[in-house]
Design a protein around this ligand. Sequence first.
Ligand SMILES: Cc1cc2nc3c(=O)[nH]c(=O)nc-3n(C[C@H](O)[C@H](O)[C@H](O)COP(=O)(O)O)c2cc1C
Length: 333
Amino acid sequence: MSANRQASPRRVSVAPMMDWTDRHCRSLHRFISQHTWLYTEMVTTGALLHGDVPRHLAFTPAEAPVALQLGGSEPADLARAAKLGEQWGYDEINLNCGCPSERVQRGAFGACLMKEPQLVADCVKAMRDVVTVPVTVKHRIGVDTIEDYAFVRDFVGTIADAGCEVFIVHARNAILKGLSPKENREIPPLKYDYAYQLKRDFPHLEIIINGGIKTLDEVEQHLQHVDGVMLGREAYHNPYVLADVDARFYGATDAPLTREEVEAKLIEYCASEIARGQFLGAITRHALGLYRGVAGARGWRRVLSDSRELAKADLAIFDAARQHLRVPDEIFE
Ligand SMILES: Cc1cc2nc3c(=O)[nH]c(=O)nc-3n(C[C@H](O)[C@H](O)[C@H](O)COP(=O)(O)O)c2cc1C
């Protein structure tokens, strides 16, 4: 569709997911796809400004491009946090306006910010004033009982006026009272048309669609209407779904790594992380879905979930896991 789409480096991205998209998870995704745009977990301004900055921001250059997602609602704090993110090498700063959790609501940020578009605009402006990387917003299409398209249209319009050019639209409402965050990702209906309409109403903006998307064929369909597609849970539970992304959406000509080649890279990565004192299970937990759909995947997963065995930090655990799979062994010899 638009020339814009050709230019978007976010044609395919993996969603920010708390407790999931840490640097180990991102490294795994990067072994599978060189071009998919990756996001951190949400980091709150409080955690960054009063906490352990390296713990929250350190990542390996091989993970790039990576966007840092911030949670907060205080323009000055967000500006300081965004500056830190840029200094640590992130390629984008994203503001979370979509999380409905009670904890986040108590902090008056996340999805409840959708009711305060002018405040979000001030936050975006404060961040844009101090960084040169793009400042983007991830949001829902409405909150609670607000079903009207005009609500999200006006939200996007107000924030675009503050200079934001990229909007990631999780295409369902956030219900602030009565639904858990998990239910909030399942119960409110998906309305992809709202995201498509945003692209029609704001053709100069980059609109990324998110929510319930599972296959690259679906990605291709959505790209007829918007500039990019963000995959969340599917990319986590079935990371190898990203294998054809580079060829299909970024014009890459190299064949993707096979699952076995990805595993070999993962083992090397585990060795270097163990040498730095990391717990092996902190890495393998993100890789349990690597062989999803392959015969024996369940056995592979079970072996790599055994915390007592993982505590031994012995990479032979991968050999034991592989016994369950029906894939050739030569590649590891
Ligand atoms: C475990 C988990 C943690 C999440 N954490 C965040 C987060 O930190 N920030 C955010 O904007 N969205 C978060 N989300 C929402 C996802 O980014 C995404 O919008 C949502 O899962 C819908 O996409 P999907 O249907 O492809 O999974 C989280 C989702 C999951 C499953």
